[in-house]
Design a protein around this ligand. Sequence first.
Ligand SMILES: [Zn+2]
Length: 252
Amino acid sequence: MLPERIEDWTERTIVCFGAHPDDDLHAAGTFARLVAAGNRVHLVMYTNDDKGSRDRSMTGTRLRQIRQAEQATAAHALGIAAEQLHWMGHGDGELEYVDRRQLCREATAVLRRLRPDAVFSFDPGARFEQWHKSDHRSAAQNTADAIRAARWHLYFPELLDEGLEPHEVAVCFFFESHEPDYFVDIAATIEQKIEAFCSHVSQFGRRLHRYEPELHPDDRTAFERDIRGYCAHVGEPHGLAFAEAFRRLPDP
Ligand SMILES: [Zn+2]
C-alpha cells in the first residue's frame, strides 16, 4: 500500500517525462527529497534540446553534447545517477512531427520497463500548454496517453514480445499546472534545486547568448535569488518556507 503523501515513500520508483533536459527542474527539490528517502528517480527526456541557443557560433551537434553533460551534472546534484537518465533522442522543437503512434509506443515501453509507482510531467490540462512550447504540449499529452496504453495488454501488443508486460501507474504529479493541489516542502533540498538549475549553463542568462562553460557569477546570484523567491511564493500560503506545486492525479 502506497503512503498517501509521496514525501513518505521509500524504495519506490518515480519517472519524470520532460520534453527537454531541465524541464524536471520544476520538481527538482521533490526529486532530491525522494532520492534521499531511498527512492529511485528516473528522468526521461523526449528531445535532445539541440536548438536552444542564441550563440551564432553554436551548432546543434555541439549543443546536444553540452546539454547531455549539463543534464548529467544537474541530476548528480539531486542524487540521480547517470544510468537513470533516458534520452529518447528526438529533435528539439520537433516532437509534434514525430509519428504519434511511434511516440506513444516509445513512452509506453519506457513505462513498462521502468514500472514506476508515480509519473511526473507537464500538466496535459493546463491552459499554458495550449500556446507555449509545442514540445511541452506534446510531452504532456503523449505521456498521459502512454500511461493509459501501458496498462492494457492490447495496446501495442508487440511490446509483449519484448517482455514488456502491462503496468499501472498509481499516481501522477503534473507540474506547470493552473490547478495545483499538492505542495511539497523542499526547504531541505532548495540548495540542490539551485545547484541543478545552475548546471544548465547554456540555457540561462548571458551564456544563452554567448556560450562559456561556467555561469557568469552575477547570473548565479540572480538565479539563486529568483529560485528562492519563487519557491517561497509557492510555499507561503501553505506555511512552507520553500515549496514546489503539482496537480496530483490519483488513479490516472
Ligand atoms: Zn522545456
